[in-house]
Design a protein around this ligand. Structure first.
Ligand SMILES: [Zn+2]
Length: 318
């Protein structure tokens, strides 16, 4: 989920508390050299990091937010502030490489061109390979004055422990559903799909917005009616697989897992039926297969999955 780096914005409504804490740290001159923002995909880590970087680079010091009119803000708006470096994988799923980290560190070690802070953002920090991580460690061990590194990660455990321990960690939790509902209704201008979008996004607001805006939500709803059709016997596994022929297999398995998880969570007091756990393992193997082989016959794979799903569902219904 990208967020325009050349747009000046305020923090998100559920980030007020952490925003105030960051600002307080600036006021009392206790800002750490490296911050690590972590939490689920879609809670707004990227947005918070960029917004805070902009606030730090703004030359109008009295403000809690980037002013939008000073020279520094104009450079930010043009996407060409020389003291802001942003590092992320070239493509989703790709690694951040050592040369790119070295370049970032060199830049942070030179004098700020605008006379203020130098800021490095590493989006998806857990995508750094081992060499890249080691190169960054050096920079974390020898922090320079008026430099700030902000790392972002959905998968804290995938970062080197030595990197984690040298950053001040800030966890961003999934916000309260009421706040998310209000915000999403407002920004999407679409109140009809809001609660479904929040549901399939595990409560993560920016993921929910992405699901609405990209049209993924509609596809997911269609997919869920296929799953339900197979479960209640109104659709054959062959027809179901055909209906999904044009969709990306990896996405389907993710959506299926998410559906299963919600089903298990909603099964109430007695806990989820064991057959759901078994079927989940079936999905895990399907995902492994899809990731490890490029020539998987998706139709056959889905037919097999749906057949097992039909069986698993009928055992639960009886
Ligand atoms: Zn400004």
């Amino acid at each position: 989920m990208g967020y325009e780096t050349a747009t000046l914005a305020l923090p998100l409504p559920w980030q007020k508390e952490v925003w105030d804490r960051f600002n307080h740290a600036v006021e009392v001159d206790r800002l750490p050299h490296a911050l690590l923002l972590h939490g689920s995909n879609g809670v707004g880590k990227r947005r918070l990091a960029i917004t805070f970087a902009q606030r730090m680079l703004c030359a109008a010091k009295a403000n809690q937010y980037a002013c939008g009119t000073c020279k520094s803000c104009k450079l930010l708006l043009a996407g060409s502030h020389p003291d802001l470096s942003i590092l992320e994988p070239a493509e989703e799923g790709k690694k951040i490489l050592v040369d790119d980290v070295r370049k970032l560190c060199t830049k942070l070690n030179t004098t700020a061109q605008q006379g203020g802070w130098k800021i490095g953002l590493i989006l998806d920090a857990d995508a750094m390979n081992i060499n890249a991580s080691n190169a960054l460690l050096k920079s974390l061990e020898e922090p320079q004055g008026k430099t700030l590194l902000i790392l972002i990660s959905d998968r804290l455990h995938a970062l080197l422990p030595t990197i984690r321990s040298r950053c001040q960690k800030q966890y961003l939790p999934i916000p309260n559903v009421g706040i998310v509902t209000d915000w999403l209704t407002e920004v999407s201008g679409n109140s009809a799909d809001v609660s479904k979008a929040i549901e399939v996004s595990n409560g993560c607001p920016l993921l929910a917005l992405h699901n609405i805006e990209s049209g993924t939500l509609g596809m997911r709803q269609d997919f869920e009616s296929v799953i339900e059709g197979v479960a209640n016997g109104s659709m054959s596994s062959v027809d179901a697989a055909q209906k999904c022929a044009k969709l990306n297999g990896n996405n389907l398995v993710e959506w299926y897992m998410n559906y299963l998880h919600r089903l298990a969570t909603n099964e109430g007091q007695g806990g989820a039926d064991l057959s759901l756990f078994h079927f989940q393992d079936r999905l895990v193997s399907a995902r492994k297969l899809l990731l490890s082989q490029s020539n998987v016959n998706q139709q056959l794979l889905l037919e097999g999955l749906f057949m097992d799903w039909a069986q698993s569902s009928s055992s639960r219904n009886n």
